[in-house]
Design a protein around this ligand. Sequence first.
Ligand SMILES: [Zn+2]
Length: 96
Amino acid sequence: MNPWHLEAVTARENVRRGISPAAMHAKKTTCKNGHPLVHGKKQRVCIICLRASQARWMKKARAENPEKYRALYKAWWAKNGKHQRKRKSTNESTPG
Ligand SMILES: [Zn+2]
């Protein structure tokens, strides 16, 4: 082996150049459905697929336990609904 053919790189770069699952994943720039990946808190995620997955989960959860989510929405509106109505009524002045 010719030592001049070696290159000193960081462990991270060395792994990235290999064919390990981590290296294969690091090379990806799109999800399996072709959407661009963005940096999340810990890993790169596809926002489009993530939102779709959350919507599917929420639809299933609502179908299984409608009373729970009805109560949650009612509580949310009791707490936040007032502010939204107030904001709309204050915006009545028109210039001219
Ligand atoms: Zn996607």
